[in-house]
Design a binder for this molecule. Structure first.
Ligand code: C5J
Length: 240
């Protein structure tokens, strides 16, 4: 098994044990990212989220090549809305609420086109997909059990939006004892100032609830590990 690798991160370098690390991709759903979707209908500029797709696609490819556990999440609710508390349901302008008809089907309802993940980041066969009714990925899901089953202790946290579901999930994970590295160019917000401050908040005060690092640092670590894995290493016997 590969040794932990030290990565450059904020606020300080961190030893990453890639064998016990999972890539968590939060809510990269059409309802949030596509023009005409729920996010845009609320007056948001979706291009600010779409810029996450390219670096995250590269990070996902590197994670898959390194055979890292990949977990996708989707925020959404049952068609009868029985898992959506009134306090969440009754928010926002009428006709733009969860369950209302939208351009991509009923807004944030499981099974609808808009609820699913954008094509570029579609889960591969065998990857875990966690459907979550809340902002945090641990609330009312089996994420904790999945991570325990795989012996995971560190998380690469990516997705949208930085200050809502990424923050909530990272805080939940931190409280459960996971070390979280939030990948700075693979998380996105509709609000540039929330993006900047959201990342700063994580790493402030000595890393109050996590670390931040750009995807390039993580891709380099994953690529090094893939190159050193037994399936690609030249066998000892062939080395003179
Ligand atoms: C929001 C999310 N912003 N995935 N959801 O409602 O951040």
């Amino acid at each position: 098994m590969a040794e932990p690798v030290m990565i450059a991160a904020q606020p300080a370098p961190l030893d990453l044990d890639l064998a016990r690390t999972a890539l968590v991709i939060i809510d990269m759903q059409r309802d949030f990212l596509l023009p005409g979707g729920f996010g845009e209908s609320l007056g948001n500029d979706v291009t600010l989220l779409q810029r996450v797709v390219a670096p995250l696609t590269e990070l996902l490819a590197a994670a898959r090549a390194a055979e890292m556990l990949v977990i996708h999440t989707r925020e959404g609710h049952l068609p009868d809305l029985s898992d959506c508390p009134p306090a969440k349901l009754n928010r926002g302008a009428p006709s733009q609420r969860i369950g209302d008809p939208g351009v991509y089907g009923r807004i944030l309802i499981r099974g609808e086109y808009g609820h699913d993940i954008v094509d570029e980041l579609a889960p591969a066969a065998g990857e875990v997909v966690i459907d979550k009714p809340g902002k945090g990925a641990f609330y009312a899901t089996d994420l904790d059990a999945v991570l325990a089953e795989h012996g995971i202790t560190q998380l690469l946290v990516t997705g949208v939006t930085t200050e809502v579901c990424v923050h909530t999930t990272t805080r939940e994970a931190n409280d459960r004892g996971f070390e979280c590295i939030v990948v700075s160019d693979c998380v996105g917000s509709y609000f540039p100032e929330f993006q900047r401050v959201g990342l700063e908040m994580i790493a402030a005060q000595g890393g109050i609830f996590g670390w931040t690092a750009p995807s390039g640092v993580l891709i380099a670590a994953l690529t090094d590990q893939s190159a050193a894995s037994p399936s690609t290493t030249v066998p000892d016997t062939a080395v003179s």
